[in-house]
Design a binder for this molecule. Sequence first.
Ligand code: AMP
Ligand code: MG
Length: 269
Amino acid sequence: MNNRERFLVKPDQELALSSFDPGYTGKDESKASTKQEMAELSQKMCDLQGLLYAEGRHALLVCLQALDAGGKDGTLVHVFSAMNPLGTRVHAFKVPTDEESRHDFLWRVHAHTPGRGEVAIFNRSHYEDVLIVRVHNLVPKAVWSARYDLINEFEKNLTEAGTTILKFFLHISKDEQKRRFAERLADPRKHWKLAAGDFEVRKRWGDYMKAYEAALTRCSSEWAPWFVIPANKKWYRNLAVSQIIVETLEGLRMKFPKPQLDVSKIRLV
Ligand code: AMP
Ligand code: MG
C-alpha cells in the first residue's frame, strides 16, 4: 500500500482521528534516511508543475488545513518551493473581511481557484467555514450544517472544469502542538506568529477534532479526496505530501503540447 492509499479518507468512511497516529513515519526513522527520496520528489514536482503549465489543460488545487502550529507554513516552504513561482499561487484565508462576510462563504474562495495550467495552494480554505465557524458558533447550526453539501458541489464544479483537488489535514498531537507553541514563545523571531486565539483554540481541542472528523467524513469525495497526514515529524509530513502530489500529477498523463512550428526547418544563424 502506498501513502496515497494509506492516508486517504475513503468517501463516507466514518473517521475517528484518535485512530490515526500523528507520529507515524512508516519505515523511515529519521530525516536523513529520506533525504535522497525527498530530493527526487522535489525534482519530479518541479518537472510535473512545468508540464502542467506548458500543457495548459489541467489545474491543481491543494488545500492545507491544520490546527495552529500544525505545519502549514512549513509545508509551503519545504514542499511547494520545488515548484516554479510562474504558474503557482498561494492564498492564505484569514478572518473574512467586511466585504467578504456580506457574500456567501464561497464567494471569496472561487476567485482564488486555479485556472488551467496553474497550481493554487490554499493555506486554510473554505473548510474554515465548517471548522472554526462551527466550533465557535459564528453562524447558526442550520447555516454551517448545510455547507458540507455546498462544498461538495462547489468542488465537483471545479473538477468538471479540469481541476484536480487534493486536501491535506496535517495531523499533529496535542503534545506536539504544546511543544511547538513553547518553541515559538521562546524564540522572539517567532512571536509574530502567535495570536491570542491560538491558545483559545487549544482549549477546544476536542471540539476541533470533532469538527475535523465531520469535515473529512462528509467532504472526502471521489473527486476531491482528503488525506490525513501524520505531521508530528515535519520531514515525514513533507515526504508524504510530496509523494501524494507527485503520484497524482503523474496520473494525469500530461504531455507537452505539439510545437507550433516545424522545428526541422529552422536554421539558426
Ligand atoms: P493564521 O492562518 O494563523 O494567519 O490565522 C488566520 C485566522 O483566520 C485563523 O484563526 C482562522 O481560523 C481564521 N479564519 C480563516 N477563515 C475564517 C472564516 N471563514 N471564518 C472565521 N475565521 C476564519
Ligand atoms: Mg496562527
